[in-house]
Design a binder for this molecule. Sequence first.
Ligand code: AP5
Ligand code: ZN
Length: 216
Amino acid sequence: MRLILLGPPGAGKGTQAARICQEYKIPHISTGDIFRRHIKEGTELGIKAQEYMNKGELVPDNLVLEIAEARLIEEDCKNGFLLDGFPRTVNQAEQLDKFLDERNLSIDKVLDIDIDKEVLMMRLIGRRVCRNCGASYHVINMPPEKEGICDVCGGALYQRSDDTAATVENRIEVYTALTEPLVAYYETLGNIAYVDGSKGLDEVFDGIVSAIGDQK
Ligand code: AP5
Ligand code: ZN
């Protein structure tokens, strides 16, 4: 199963991706997570990416495509994958299609998580992430059992540096200008499904499972 998760920052892509990947036994590929790993390790790529991410701008396509394609040729992607946060521009989508075409592969379903933009700010400002395993929480909607501590691994929770009000605002603007056009792109290809992301975690997940099920 080859899936793409689309949706604005804070729509719940990372949260749902963890569940989808467990259910369908496919690897979760988040370009944002890959860049954050590079930043943590202080690599040259991380230093370049951080400049854009801290402002809420997109990392240039050539850098994104390089890391995405390198990840997609790894062994564990042979039987499928879930892409989260990639593609994010029409150019990235075209390059991904070219990469898959060359290998006689295609995307089974694009899942677009729909949500009102007003909700996103509240979700992102309240998000806390585990420094160790990447699990995502929310101070109100999804608090950990012990404040500041990850339920999964006991790691410390932190606030992402791009989850500040000004950066979130810019991320939403960038999404509207550069990523939202992908909806029309995938509509033309006929493999997109819409999921209501404003519901609770379980309901959103049920919506995703039924959207995937429809297509099989
Ligand atoms: P990336 O890491 O991809 O971030 P994003 O797309 O901005 O998405 P988020 O991770 O912020 O949100 P999410 O939808 O995963 O929400 P979550 O599940 O955590 O990208 C970061 C940056 O990297 C970009 O700005 C860019 O610079 C760069 N980048 C990455 N990929 C790139 C690419 N392809 N091209 C160029 N640049 C790229 O949920 C949010 C919060 O809400 C959490 O606290 C969660 O607990 C809560 N929540 C989730 N679901 C629900 C629910 N149903 N009800 C209530 N609360 C909920
Ligand atoms: Zn953890």
